[in-house]
Design a protein around this ligand. Sequence first.
Ligand code: ADP
Ligand code: MG
Length: 211
Amino acid sequence: MITIALSKGRIFDETLPLLKAAGIRTAEDPGTSRKLILQTNRREVRIIIVRASDVPTYVQYGAADLGVAGKDVLDEQDCGGLYQPLDLNIARCRMMVAVPNGFDYQRAVRHGARLRVATKYVQTAREHFAAKGVHVDLIKLYGSMELAPLVGLADAIVDLVSSGGTLKANNLKAVEEIAPVSARLIVNQAALKLKRGAIQPLLDAFARAVA
Ligand code: ADP
Ligand code: MG
C-alpha cells in the first residue's frame, strides 16, 4: 500500500492533475466528503487528508509514504527523515513582510527600531530579521495575521501573499519579500528504499507532469 498525504483546498486541487497524470483518480472530493482516507482507482494507492502543517509529520513517521507540502511549512519545521525530490510548482505565492499603508518600514529599520511582528511563521521570521540585523519581538498567531497591525497587536506581519488582495482589503502593503513559495513533493526516506518499485514510477510520473 502507498499512502499519499495531502491537505484540503489549494494543495489538493492543484495536486489532482498531477495525480491524474500518474494514473491516479480519487472517487471522492474532500471538499464535500468528510472522509479522511480516500480510496483511488488504484487498489494499492490511498490518499489521506491532513492539515497542511501536519503533512511533514505524517510522512516523517512513515504513516504516509509521500506528501505534498508548501515550502513555507517545510522551512518552518525540522524535516529529518524526509526526501524532497521535486518542486511541484503549484500553490505558488511569496513569503512577505507587510505593514499598514501609513507605516514607514524602511525608516523604522534604518533607525534600529524594535519591531513587533505577528506571524504563523515564527522560525522563518526569526531567521529573516536576524540576517538583516533587525530586532524583533515575534508574536505567534495561527491565522488572520492581517488583523494584528490593525488593532495594535503588531507593527508588521510575516505571511504568504499571492494576489495581494487580502492585504489591500485591510489597508496593508507588502514591503519585503522573504522567499518565493511553492509546494514540494516529500517522501519518507525509508519507504523509498523499501518500496522503491512502487514509489519510483510515481515520482517519475510527477516529474514528467511538472516538466
Ligand atoms: P491552513 O489554513 O491549514 O493553515 P492554508 O490552506 O491556508 O493552510 O494553506 C495551505 C498551503 O497552501 C500553505 O502551506 C501554502 O504552501 C499554500 N498557500 C497558502 N496561502 C497561499 C496563497 N495565497 N497562494 C498560494 N498558495 C498558498
Ligand atoms: Mg487557510
